[in-house]
Design a protein around this ligand. Structure first.
Ligand code: EPU
Length: 421
């Protein structure tokens, strides 16, 4: 098992390239199940969740090669519609195979994802959407058994905006007979890109980028190639790394508008962030960051996936801030770990009240999930002395070698093998 050992207090400087978006490619990869041919996805991050999804696709009969951020998927030999527990338990996004398999083959047996590190994450909206499209759904021994002769168009309204359910419903509807309307659809850039990719395969989706999607079913889709977008959450994480260490850095990033909500909050706290020549620049040197409240919301609101990193930054800001998570009410497992580093934070229902302190002190801390790990790394970069972040396998699920990017910017962060758990 690996851990990070961080000597805090180093200023960051220079430029790094942000990797491709994990959550986006986790939707693009299963979308290839809808066609027969060779698909190429470039700018794919080398992170464990992507390897897990590729293994799952291989289990379904897809031939996959992944070299140097390029994934080639040949979908001509798909011979199974079975997603076993072994794969799904590692990653909830595995449930994305349900829509494409049901739509194309009329059958899918997909393990139910279990609980997650910060509480229940149901998939009821995915299942309801499949039923609306004509799927028969049964739950048996921990598995979803989905059957249909041919899916048909339907009106689907999501009571709660869901990235995954919108993606799954879209992937099911593209091969359904007739037209599907999805309202209160997710507008996250990962979903917009999935819709674009499906259209490149020959799907007919309109309303892309809005909360109302219209999907005219087609008989078949062809293989297609796409360049994945940059990761907005890695971008936000690195911006917060610069903010918490009072540094100036530059990030090579394809779509600055995806991170507007985070940039606006950084600017409210008194830190300058701007875009020039295809890069995002942040100037936090000599800054005196002020506390700024944040409430997470669906896109284009402040992402829940940046909540933990924002709390880290706020733990050293001037004043008291309230950080509220409206998407995942229990996503605060990082707070007790930050408190071990000297932060003053109290959790009250789905909010954290963060009283800024003058300094944090290094200690051993434990990652509990992906974004929690990132927030502990940020705190370690700013803390006095040595911070050890244990259980970074969580971080490796979604950040491609973040320690190398941070070292390139001047941080003192090492990956070491440990027997500590
Ligand atoms: N929800 C339901 N029923 C459902 C589905 C969702 O009640 O059937 C609720 C959830 O409990 C939550 C809200 O809807 O309160 C939004 O969840 P959503 O379905 O949008 O989340 P997701 O698709 O499971 C994706 C990302 C998450 C990110 C969320 C929210 C991927 C692979 N995962 O999850 O990313 O937090 O959207 O933006 O795209 C991460 O990268 O660290 C991560 C957890």
């Amino acid at each position: 098992m690996d851990k990070f050992v961080i000597q805090g207090g180093k200023k960051l400087s220079g430029k790094v390239k942000v990797s491709g978006a994990k959550n986006s490619v986790l939707a693009l990869l299963p979308a290839t199940l809808l066609n027969s041919g060779t698909n190429v996805i470039t700018n794919t991050p080398q992170v464990n969740d992507v390897y897990t999804m590729i293994k799952l696709l291989q289990q379904l009969g897809v031939t996959a090669e992944f070299e140097d951020h390029v994934v080639k998927l040949n979908t001509t030999g798909i011979n199974s519609q079975f997603a076993p527990y072994e794969h799904v338990k590692k990653m909830r996004a595995s449930v994305y195979v349900l829509g494409p398999l049901l739509s194309r083959y009329g059958y899918a047996k997909v393990s139910m994802p279990g609980g997650c590190a910060w509480g229940p994450r149901p998939i009821n909206l995915h299942l309801e959407a499949m039923k609306k499209l004509g799927g028969e759904i049964e739950l048996e021994e921990g598995y979803i058994i989905a059957k249909a002769n041919k899916l048909h168009g339907a009106k689907i309204h999501f009571d709660v905006s869901s990235v995954g359910a919108t993606g799954n419903a879209m992937m099911a509807a593209v091969l359904a007979k007739g037209t599907t309307h999805i309202s209160n659809a997710a507008m996250e850039p990962e979903i917009t890109q999935l819709a674009d990719y499906l259209n490149m395969m020959g799907a007919r989706i309109s309303g892309i980028g809005s909360t109302v999607l219209e999907i005219e079913g087609v008989d078949e889709l062809k293989a297609a190639s796409i360049e994945n977008i940059s990761d907005r959450i890695e971008t936000g994480t690195l911006l917060c790394a610069a903010a918490i260490t009072k540094s100036n850095i530059e990030l090579e990033y394809s779509s600055p508008e995806h991170i507007d909500s985070v940039v606006a909050k950084l600017s409210d706290s008194g830190i300058e962030v701007w875009e020039s020549n295809g890069a995002i620049r942040i100037n936090a040197a000599n800054s005196n960051p002020q506390s700024v409240d944040v409430t997470t919301a669906v896109y284009p609101g402040f992402p829940t996936d940046m909540q933990a990193q924002w709390i880290s930054f706020m733990s050293l800001a001037n004043g008291t801030s309230t950080v509220t998570d409206t998407i995942y009410h229990d996503r605060f497992n990082h707070v007790p770990e930050l408190v071990r580093l000297g932060a003053k934070i109290e959790v009250n229902n789905n909010s954290s009240i963060v009283k800024g302190v003058n300094s944090l002190r290094g200690a051993k801390v434990m990652s509990t999930d992906l974004r929690a790990s990132a927030c502990l790394v940020l705190a370690g970069l700013a803390a006095e002395g040595t911070t050890e972040v244990l259980r970074i396998y969580h971080l490796d699920r979604g950040y491609q070698k973040i320690e190398e990017k941070l070292r390139a910017l001047g941080a003192d962060i090492q990956r070491e093998t440990t027997t500590e758990f």
